[in-house]
Design a protein around this ligand. Structure first.
Ligand code: ATP
Ligand code: MG
Length: 568
């Protein structure tokens, strides 16, 4: 990673850190963390948080930890732990030896909870979950004290210990902080800090049957790890007073500063593990790594590069207010990166057979093609030409409309890197009338695709030699959802009714140039005129080539940007 790419543009969090470093707060140290809950795969929203946390630490010669916030065993799994580590690494970041789990601190957290009880700052409450809700009040109505709020310290200590030893069933008791039932902030109305959950944990097994709540464990984990700036998303703004309360009441050594920023929202998709897990479990997509998913695993399989995602995260910036980012911006970043690195190749998605009548049947030749016009160091390659070719079905019209500059009866076009050809005949299926073959003549004087006599042609087509090309499957993807904001719909089930049923089109009889026989799994190419494609790492194997279309060549973001500038 280069330094420039590493350094995000200034933002309000960076400004806070600059001031803190200047003032020698925390002895000038910067220590951040990325704290995912292992209850699903990471999505592009997490990438924003990863880039922010790791890049800020790097910029100030600080450290960034990876911490699994694993306090809800019912929803968590080692599969998720492993995928998260793989995704963070793939994105280009390294936590060195600083891999932590909240579950590593369970004993310590328990001791802290006991301390709070001893200090009269927490009590075991035996209201039912419904009663707790009822007593909490609402934004307009103050809460009511639980009858257990005045429970003696000794009694709470005894009950808490027995909660730990498994004597009680789920939901019968909780440990609550004793704060203020009349607080205008609902989070401060004696929040639960420990609950009984008789579920095995993926790391601690059956050792624990009580688990700490997020608001209790998160701030303490940050403090234990010496975090200086605890960066999280806006929805935790109202939890900050509780974050500070716990650390102040326990009078622990380190007191990190919680700073909230706006989460990434991207149109035409959903960024919530809770929703994404439904798509996976209900088989509405093929898995977490389905190339239509906004997950890092899906994007990787689709051919998005880590560079393009990091670049996207830098461009969207870090703000204090929620907004919706246009998917076309992400696609623009992908295109920009692939344009530099992807070799160009010729591939035909919907082949139409073309016979060059005046090209000798037993002849073939090799033509030179440029691998990347953006990067001459990528050199050239040879592509075979012969009498029978395939061109794109869409590139022929028997009755061409205005401005259709491709093949039509009597029309001359250029075959890229090859020759000028003229359409002299059309063969149709007797039954259906469908065009099944074209006959053309070629001009031997135009080798390489250039004419000496200054004769111009308007169309340039891609093609492959039928005898040499390889069969491939190509998967074309469209938006996962039909509406820009599927999240805006009320209720969890509703978002699924907006799924785009046509988000995947599979083409099974594509033909690609023979050089792709050596294509490495996961590698990216530009199919000239068609877009960027990557070799599917899951379904491609020896003898079968499967490509995912990463992104088309059309750049709708550039158009949007131009329009916006005109409006200004
Ligand atoms: P989800 O709603 O998808 O489950 P989460 O916030 O519950 O997300 P966590 O695993 O708790 O997921 O998140 C780890 C970190 O990633 C947190 O610091 C969280 O704030 C951040 N994060 C999650 N989603 C986004 C997003 N859309 N944009 C920016 N940061 C995000
Ligand atoms: Mg969460």
């Amino acid at each position: 990673m280069t330094k420039t790419e590493h350094t995000p543009p200034p933002n309000f969090i960076r400004n806070i850190i600059v001031e803190d470093v200047k003032a020698k707060k925390n002895d000038g140290r910067v220590h951040t963390r990325f704290p995912p809950e292992p209850n699903g795969y990471l999505h592009i929203g997490h990438a924003k948080s990863i880039c922010l946390n790791f890049s800020l630490a790097a910029e100030f010669s600080g450290l960034c930890n990876l911490r699994f916030d694993d306090t809800n065993p019912a929803k968590e799994d080692v599969e998720y732990v492993e995928s998260i580590m793989a995704d963070v690494r793939w994105l280009g970041f390294d936590w060195d030896d600083r891999l932590f789990y909240t579950s590593d601190y369970f004993e310590q957290l328990y001791e802290h909870a006991v301390q709070l009880i001893r200090d009269g700052k927490a009590y075991v409450c035996s209201l039912s979950p419904e009663e707790v809700r009822e007593y909490r009040g609402t934004l307009t109505k103050p809460g009511k004290d639980s009858p257990y709020r005045t429970r003696l310290v000794e009694e709470s200590l005894d009950l808490f210990e027995r909660m730990r030893s498994g004597e009680f069933e789920d939901g019968t008791h909780v440990l609550r902080a004793r704060i203020d039932m009349a607080s205008p902030n609902l989070n401060m109305r004696d929040p639960a800090i420990y609950r009984i959950r008789k579920v095995a944990h993926h790391r601690t097994g059956d050792k624990w049957c009580i688990y700490p709540m997020y608001d209790f464990s998160h701030c303490l984990s940050d403090s234990i790890e010496g975090i200086t700036h605890s960066i999280c998303t806006l929805e935790f703004e109202d939890n900050r007073p509780l974050y500070d309360w716990v650390l102040d009441e326990l009078n622990v050594d380190g007191h990190p500063q919680q700073i909230e920023f706006a989460r990434l929202n991207l149109n035409y998709t959903v960024l919530s593990k809770r929703k994404l897990v439904q798509l996976v479990e209900e088989r509405l997509v093929t898995g977490w790594d389905d190339p239509r998913m906004p997950t890092l695993a899906g994007m990787r399989r689709r051919g998005y590069t880590p560079e393009s995602i990091r670049n996207f995260c830098n461009r969207i910036g870090v703000a204090k207010r929620d907004s919706m980012v246009d998917m076309t911006l992400l696609e623009y970043c992908v295109r920009e990166d692939l344009n530099k690195r992807a070799p160009r190749v010729l591939g035909v998605l919907r082949p139409l057979r073309v016979v060059i009548d005046n090209y000798p049947e037993d002849q073939e030749e090799e033509l030179e093609a440029v691998n990347n016009p953006e990067d001459s160091s990528m050199g050239t390659r040879k592509i075979p030409f012969s009498r029978v070719l395939y061109v794109e079905r869409d590139d022929f019209r028997e009755d061409p409309p205005k401005k259709f500059y491709r093949l039509a009866p009597g029309r001359e076009v250029r075959l890229r890197y090859a020759y000028y050809v003229t359409c002299v005949g059309v063969v149709k299926d007797d039954q259906t009338g469908e065009v099944i073959e074209l006959h053309c003549t070629y001009d031997p004087e135009t080798r390489g695709g250039w004419s000496d006599d200054g004769r111009k042609v308007k169309g340039t087509l891609h093609w492959v030699s039928a005898a040499h090309s390889l069969k491939a499957e190509v998967r074309l993807y469209d938006r996962l959802f039909k509406v820009a904001n599927p999240d805006a719909e009320k209720g969890d089930a509703d978002f699924k009714s907006h799924l785009n049923q046509d988000s995947l089109e599979t083409l099974t009889s594509c033909q690609v140039e023979p050089s792709l026989g050596d294509a490495v799994s996961g590698s990216m190419y530009q199919f000239e005129r068609l877009g960027y494609f990557c070799v599917d790492p899951v379904d491609s194997s020896d003898g079968s080539l499967v490509f995912n279309r990463t992104v088309s060549l059309r750049d709708s973001w550039a158009k949007i940007e131009k329009k916006e500038q005109q409006q200004k």
